[in-house]
Design a protein around this ligand. Structure first.
Ligand code: IMP
Length: 194
């Protein structure tokens, strides 16, 4: 079985991916390889951060790996908060404050178009490949719903009357940016081992 590190400490993401990938791969977390340090994310793009994380792990541990990075891109704000989504309102990574900042900046703006974008960088057999997942939607004028995390209460995907935070988690996890990116990665890996 080929070992592949998923450069994350998020147990939920790990289970989701492990579940989808066929038996040919053994997915390891950062904990599994005793990596407890903060991985640098200093790029000014989502793709750059994903790449920085996977290279950091590969250079240090020499095991094939992948890493993901996500951001919310709002058209009227020139793509912000984008790569800065996690710390938009400050270093404390506070979801409420981040959403409040977005709502304040969007006050009075009629173009509400936004999208979540996930990029995965995979380093396999010395080569890097990228996989992307995008979901388009709109930013509401107020928060709705209790599920999920991050900007979910203010993001409504196109074609739905519910925000991400009003949907059951299984529903969101079927259609989300991350789900699409992960499916693209998994399809690629599963094809390789056919
Ligand atoms: P990460 O790259 O997955 O850590 O995501 C970076 C930031 O983007 C998070 O801290 C959230 O603010 C935001 N984000 C990522 N995925 C989601 C999501 O599915 N819903 C809402 N916000 C998200």
């Amino acid at each position: 079985m080929k070992k592949l590190i998923f450069a994350t400490n998020n147990q939920h993401k790990l289970e989701e991916v492990s579940h989808l990938i066929k038996d040919n791969y053994k997915i390891l977390s950062l904990k599994d390889i005793n990596c407890f340090e903060e991985i640098p994310e200093t790029s000014d793009t989502i793709k750059g951060n994903a790449s920085q994380k996977s290279h950091y792990i590969f250079d240090k541990f020499g095991i094939d790996c992948f890493a993901d990075d996500t951001g919310l891109e709002i058209e009227a704000l020139d793509g912000k908060p984008g790569v800065y989504s996690a710390r938009y309102a400050g270093e404390e990574h506070n979801f409420e404050k981040n959403m409040n900042k977005v709502l304040a900046e969007m006050n009075g703006i009629t173009n509400r178009k936004a999208r979540f974008k996930t990029v995965i960088s995979l380093i396999l057999n010395g080569e890097e490949r990228f996989f992307e997942g995008i979901i388009n939607g709109v930013i509401l004028t107020e928060k709705r719903g209790q599920e999920g995390f991050g900007y979910d209460p203010v993001f409504q995907p196109n074609g739905y009357d519910l925000t991400f935070a009003e949907m059951p988690l299984e529903e969101k996890n079927k259609i989300s940016h991350r789900a699409i990116a992960v499916r693209n990665l998994v399809n690629y890996l599963n094809k390789l081992s056919e």
